[in-house]
Design a protein around this ligand. Structure first.
Ligand code: COA
Length: 259
């Protein structure tokens, strides 16, 4: 496993924990951290034992307080055209593993956008989420304008982005911005409960269900239904489908093999 400077990773029993680790600056995402996240996601993607990638922030006060503003200040127009943070978050959304963002404390700007790119978001009672980029004279540029409106609807997205308001965990849950809302004490149990369910599933089915949802979402209904149908045709040909259906009929737990 690689050694990292601004993140920590732990790969254990199908779970790949990726901890953003600059707590003194509320886990602000600098260039090194982004490059390391990219490398770690590749590492997780290439390990067929990994089923879930869990993103979290060190220190309990912040998931991530956004792009590193010191570095942001120096950026030139053409630097916004490279894949950068937007490209990295697309890679995370497209990766074949299930992804979970654990939002304890602040998830602002690029931190919130990272959470939006994950499949499932869990917020604690000290969570505060927002896209306050307009306060800095810029706009959300790592998928935030698009993913936020798709997740919570245009009205909430426009309200949050134009006012820069920070939404607390319980309000985020009510808006559908996060899927789980728990106290900090309940967090570990909640993560265990979600990941336990996912790791029991077959990896091919996880991958194709994710792709059918993410890639079908912006297509016409007809094209999206075809993506679903073709994905189902692929899983119908797998040993895992035989195993899953046999296990049910034989009243035992399936042992999926990723083929
Ligand atoms: N980039 C660089 N440094 C950051 C940062 C960021 N996005 N967010 C926080 N920091 C630094 C602060 O400058 C401060 O550094 P210092 O100790 O050298 O002064 C340190 O982290 C702690 O931040 P502080 O503001 O004192 O903590 P807080 O708990 O009172 O407030 C936040 C936390 C997250 C609300 C506040 O730091 C903040 O608003 N950060 C910027 C959020 C933002 O605009 N993100 C979008 C970026 S595009």
């Amino acid at each position: 496993m690689s050694i990292y400077q601004n993140i920590e990773v732990e790969n254990n029993q199908g779970l790949f924990w990726l901890t953003l680790n600059r707590p003194d600056v509320r886990n602000a995402l600098d260039a090194t951290m982004l490059q390391e996240i990219d490398q770690a996601v590749t590492e997780a993607e290439e390990d067929e034992n990994v089923k879930v990638i869990i993103f979290r922030g060190a220190g309990g006060k912040s998931f991530a307080a956004g792009a590193d503003i010191k570095q942001l200040k120096e950026r030139e127009p053409l630097e916004a055209l490279v894949p950068g943070m937007q490209g990295l978050y697309k890679k995370i959304e497209d990766c074949s593993k299930a992804t979970i963002a654990v939002v304890e404390g602040y998830a602002l700007g690029g931190g919130c956008e990272l959470a939006l790119a994950c499949d499932i978001r869990v917020a604690t009672d000290n969570a505060k989420l927002g896209l306050p980029e307009l306060n800095l004279g810029i706009i959300p540029g790592a998928g935030g304008t698009q993913r936020l409106s798709r997740i919570v609807g245009k009205g909430h997205a426009l309200d949050m982005i134009l006012t820069g308001k920070i939404v607390k965990g319980d309000d985020a849950y009510r808006m559908g911005l996060v899927q789980y809302y728990v106290t900090q004490e309940e967090l570990d149990e909640q993560i265990d409960s979600i990941t336990e369910k996912i790791v029991q599933k077959g990896p091919v089915a996880i991958k194709l269900a994710k792709h059918a949802i993410h890639h079908g979402y912006d297509l016409s209904g007809e094209a999206a239904m075809w993506i679903e149908k073709l994905s189902q045709a692929v899983v119908f040909g797998t040993e895992d489908k035989q195993e899953g259906t046999s296990a049910f009929l034989e009243k035992r737990k399936p042992d999926f093999k990723n083929r």
